[in-house]
Design a protein around this ligand. Structure first.
Ligand code: FAD
Length: 403
């Protein structure tokens, strides 16, 4: 590629694809490259079970608190490209959306069709080129030169403007393997190590409980109607008990707080409420009924409806069987599941390395967007919204530079 008026975008996940879409729409030629043969592998995975949760309802101010520690940056990013803007864009490419549980917004059209419509529009433009199987390996010795591996061959591409959208390190089978971290660090760019975010957590269950949860099927779990709290923050969403600990959106919603505690002291004790639909007063009233000669399990079943796995969990967390604590049980978390299993990554290119247009301060003309920058958010559509809003910010700057 000649070093001319063509923007090089590296990474064809939603962030890279949306940046390409905006630039092509503005009449700017784009070469989009990816190490995988086809674009959007993680995007497809994100929408593969139960629809694509593409954003979340709320104003930029309301949503920005979900981008832990980066509220001011994301308030601005979401003001520039908001959930409403994203909803309009999905409609433009052929998918209406609907509001689901707790304000999550989903596309009505399956994710494969969304991606197909997106790519169809890009590919219809003579300004757009996609090159698969092309892996970024590092910055070249000259400004504006970028090194790749294609099969067995090394390849140098030149571009005045390059946008990096290489994702995090979770689910490496989708292409986002986090190997770019070394290349960026070698170029003197500060990158926080990639860590699991929106991931399961581990708890040292007794062999009896582990056996009951998982049975003999590895990886299986049971969804429980329980609520968790960490550092005063309540969970929202499903909690799944697994042989190694806990999974589900309820756990992810407090995952940031759990990881802060683990990082501070190597330990984290969260609180489990095994009867979230019962108020403290209702619990007290029910427990005022005398137990007489009932066994603890019979009494728990008759007065509180606590049976089966929730009862076993209660006995695990309260060895002395104190039912008055059933809404307030300490649960020790021993660690997080590995990055490869996680939904997203924490860490990435330090935001201090980027200017307000998300351009690398040390490499003018190079932008960093999407999950590879060091921001994080819980599940619920915030991740994809963040990827689109960061892509929009960089694209607008490039459009400005071109005009
Ligand atoms: C199971 C699962 C469910 C999810 N569900 C949701 C959800 O419901 N809602 C939500 O908002 N988010 C969800 N996410 C998260 C969301 O999919 C990601 O945050 C999003 O895909 C990140 O987009 P990105 O463009 O930044 O990076 P990615 O989508 O990771 O794309 C990065 C691209 O860069 C390419 N690449 C990496 N390294 C190189 C290299 N060296 N050279 C060339 N190319 C390279 C990769 O092949 C990949 O195509 C989910 C994720 C998973 C795994």
């Amino acid at each position: 590629m000649g070093k001319g008026k063509r923007v090089l975008i590296v990474g064809a996940g939603p962030a890279g694809l949306f940046c390409a879409y905006r630039l092509v729409e503005a009449g700017i030629p784009v070469l989009l490259v990816d190490r995988m043969a086809a674009p959007g592998r993680k995007f497809l995975l994100a929408g593969s079970s139960g629809g694509l949760n593409c954003t979340h309802r709320g104003t930029p101010g309301e949503l920005s608190v979900k981008y832990y520690g980066n509220e001011a940056l994301f308030k601005g990013l979401l003001e520039d490209f908001s959930p409403d803007d994203l909803i309009k864009w999905y409609r433009k490419i052929g998918s209406d959306t609907f509001v689901g549980n707790g304000g999550k917004i989903f596309t009505k059209v399956p994710v494969q069709e969304v991606l197909a419509a997106w790519l169809e529009r890009l590919e219809a433009s003579p300004l757009f080129t996609f090159k698969g199987g092309c892996e970024f390996t590092g910055f070249g010795s000259k400004a504006g030169q970028f090194m790749f591996r294609q099969g067995e061959s090394a390849l140098g591409l030149e571009a005045e403007y390059a946008v990096f959208a290489l994702g995090g390190g979770s689910r490496p089978e989708t292409g986002s393997n986090g190997a770019w971290v070394n290349a960026f660090q070698a170029a003197g760019i500060q990158v926080a190590p990639l860590r699991a975010a929106n991931c399961g957590v581990e708890a040292a269950w007794s062999p009896l409980l582990r056996e009951r949860i998982a049975g003999h099927v590895p990886g299986s779990g049971t969804s429980l109607d329980i609520a968790l709290t960490c550092s005063g923050s309540p969970s929202t969403g499903e909690v799944v008990l697994t042989g190694y600990g806990l999974e589900g959106s309820g756990v992810y919603s407090i995952g940031w707080y759990i990881r802060q505690e683990l990082a501070k002291s190597g330990k984290c004790t969260i609180t489990a409420d095994l009867l979230p639909h019962l108020s403290a007063q209702q619990l007290q009233r029910r427990l005022s009924k005398p137990r007489r000669k009932s066994s603890l399990s019979n009494y728990a079943r008759k007065t509180l409806g606590l049976t089966g796995l929730p009862y076993l969990l209660f006995r695990e967390l309260s060895p002395d069987g104190d039912l008055s604590q059933v809404k307030n049980l300490p649960l020790a978390i021993t660690g997080c599941r590995p990055l490869e299993e996680a939904i997203s990554s924490a860490g990435g290119v330090a935001l201090s390395q980027l200017d307000s247009s998300l351009m690398l301060k040390s490499r003018p003309g190079c932008f960093v967007i999407g999950e590879m920058a060091d921001w994080e958010a819980p599940t619920g559509g915030y991740l994809l919204q963040g990827c689109f809003s960061t892509a929009f910010r960089a694209a607008e700057k490039i459009i400005d530079l071109f005009s």
